[in-house]
Design a binder for this molecule. Structure first.
Ligand code: NAD
Ligand code: ZN
Length: 379
């Protein structure tokens, strides 16, 4: 039986916090928050999509515990993670009277969490904030670990701060309103935790992934378990390496390839981040096999599962004209520092056994991309 509710503790000394995972956890927001508040008032930052579905319930949960709230609703989408919106948001938080000892709540996906977390990091030199993630990606990834950021013309997430939340409340019931494609994209990050360090979890996902995605009363406890297992994995890595001096890099499994695919498809609807990660993990396992670290069957097993649940699993699954191997390699080189035509990548000895590998020859990667369906050159 999957549990109804799980609490995962993130152990970071005086920056430690709990992640509460449950269907219906939003209703407990007021009770969970109250002991941490200096006064019974908070500001909720959300986006218009999430606000339409879940803001009233969040405010009701707070009112039930005598906590009054103001809400700021921002436009949805990646463009909201900008300096212009950050400036506007900080001004509005100050206008609403947010003081140094107050709490700000991020109710939304990774965009709202990253932006609100960064605003909290710099407002009055740092106010506390709570993550209430509403996408599967945010529940298993962006709400945990304290990375906050906005995007600039020079690239994504280049301006930001480490600022840990004081609490994370992940209500898997909120995922019922999430578009299926977004849910699947978040599921790719769940698969990532299994592939990077937990083969038993991968087996569990093979068994339960489809029911988990389908949702409903059968899916809810499975979602709770999958989110809890994912954040437990992330929390353990973050506790050992909060500022990514080493091990935290494992969380980038599939991401160097994935970011290149996102860049080559123009960060558009053609490919969501999680979809790029799904394809990228397959390529990372291919490359691992190529370099003699893993059995080629591992990549096949991963792809079979990705396809079963409805995720893209290889370059050929990306709609539109084929991408160029050279262009992808250039994006990969920009993503991670290259030294003399060699890249640092996360590879695996098999599902559940990822490791970081320095100095992978760019030529090997180019050959693999070309064999996988990218055109050898061009754009
Ligand atoms: N800080 C980190 O460690 C970290 C990690 C991974 C990703 N990120 C960041 O996260 C962002 C992506 O996050 P995301 O995938 O959650 O995207 P998102 O926040 O843009 O949400 C995706 C879409 O779903 C909508 N939505 C969200 N919750 C909903 C719900 N419950 N019902 C209906 N619609 C809902 C949103 O309005 C948006 O249109 C990127 O900016 C990325 O850089 C950060
Ligand atoms: Zn990711």
């Amino acid at each position: 039986m999957s549990p109804a509710s799980e609490t995962v503790h993130v152990n970071l000394g005086d920056r430690s916090y709990d992640i509460v995972v449950a269907a219906g956890a939003l209703a407990q927001l007021g009770a969970l928050l109250r002991p941490q508040l200096a006064r019974p008032f908070v500001v909720i930052v959300t986006d218009e999509n999430v606000g339409a579905h879940h803001l009233a319930a969040a405010q009701e949960a707070l009112e039930g515990e005598g906590i009054s709230s103001e809400a700021i609703e921002l436009p949805p989408g990646e463009a909201t993670k900008s300096f212009a919106v950050l400036e506007d948001l900080c001004g509005r938080l100050l206008d609403l009277g947010v003081e140094r000892s107050d709490m700000v709540i991020a109710l939304g996906g990774g965009v709202i969490g990253d932006l609100t977390g960064f605003a909290a990091a710099i407002l009055r030199r740092g106010v506390r904030f709570v993550q209430v993630p509403t996408t599967l990606l945010a529940q298993v990834d962006s709400s945990v670990g304290g990375k906050t950021a906005i995007n600039v013309a020079q690239g994504k997430n280049l301006i930001g701060a480490f600022h840990q939340p004081s609490l994370v409340v992940a209500d898997v019931a909120l995922l019922d309103t999430l578009p299926r494609r977004q849910l699947l994209a978040g599921y790719a990050e769940v698969v990532k935790y299994a592939v990077l360090g937990d083969a038993a979890f991968f087996g569990w996902l093979e068994e339960h992934g489809e029911a988990l995605i389908a949702g409903g009363s059968n899916g809810a406890p499975l979602r709770t378990e999958a989110v809890a297992r994912s954040v437990r994995a992330k929390a353990a890595i973050v506790a050992r390496d909060e500022r990514e001096a080493g091990e935290r890099a494992l969380l980038n499994l599939g991401h160097t390839f994935g970011h290149a695919l996102e860049a080559a498809t123009g960060y558009s609807d053609r490919l969501l981040h999680g979809e790029g990660v799904a394809i990228g993990m397959g390529l990372a396992l291919d490359l691992s096999a190529e370099l003699g670290f893993a059995d080629p069957a591992e990549a096949q097993r991963l792809r079979a599962h990705l396809r079963n649940v409805g995720l893209p699993a290889s370059l050929a699954d990306i709609e539109g004209p084929p991408l160029s191997a050279d262009a992808l390699l250039t994006h990969m080189a920009q993503d991670k520092k290259v030294t003399r035509g060699e890249l640092n990548l996360v590879l695996a000895r098999g599902i559940g056994e990822a490791f970081t590998q320095k100095n992978v020859a760019a030529g090997k990667i180019r050959d693999l991309l070309a064999r996988s369906g990218a055109t050898p050159s061009g754009n």
